[in-house]
Design a protein around this ligand. Structure first.
Ligand SMILES: [Zn+2]
Ligand SMILES: [Zn+2]
Length: 145
């Protein structure tokens, strides 16, 4: 099944196929960039990801040496982080147009969680990132009962 999303002004649209899982990132960079308590991201493999339109309107910001954030240069909506090198995408869940049927499976960077936000679900919590990287979450989700 194809999952589709777009920016607020509609200039940029994308799709990707297959399963994903949802995490909330509470790091300070995500808080600033998303203007929110945390950033909800859908994680999936990058191989089926494609921009449907407006790729030339993307702006980029490298928040670390390996993490290239993207946003619409017209409306400022956060767009997917795509790494074909790592075969991984992180898609802001709130720009999806198709229904997101999942609940969050993990919280990252709870050590910098906004003081005014209260986590009230039973998803896994990591003070920073999982020691085994995002792959560790993949495995735990896959093997969950
Ligand atoms: Zn836009
Ligand atoms: Zn973050």
């Amino acid at each position: 099944m194809y999952n589709k999303g777009s920016c607020q002004c509609g200039a940029i649209a994308f799709e990707f196929e297959g399963p994903y899982f949802l995490t909330f990132c509470h790091c300070k960079i995500c808080q600033k960039i998303h203007g929110s308590a945390f950033a909800p991201f859908l994680h999936a493999e990058s191989k089926t990801f494609q921009w449907l339109q407006g790729e030339d309107l993307l702006s980029y910001f490298n928040s670390s040496s390996y993490l290239r954030r993207t946003f619409c240069s017209k409306c400022g909506s956060n767009m997917p982080i795509v790494s074909h090198e790592l075969n991984h995408i992180a898609v802001p869940a709130s720009v999806m147009d198709t229904f997101v049927e999942q609940q969050p499976v993990a919280h990252f960077y709870t050590s910098s969680k906004a003081s005014w936000f209260c986590i009230n679900d039973d998803a896994m919590q990591y003070e920073t990132v999982p020691p085994g990287g995002i792959g560790e979450v993949y495995e735990r989700v896959k093997n969950a009962p």
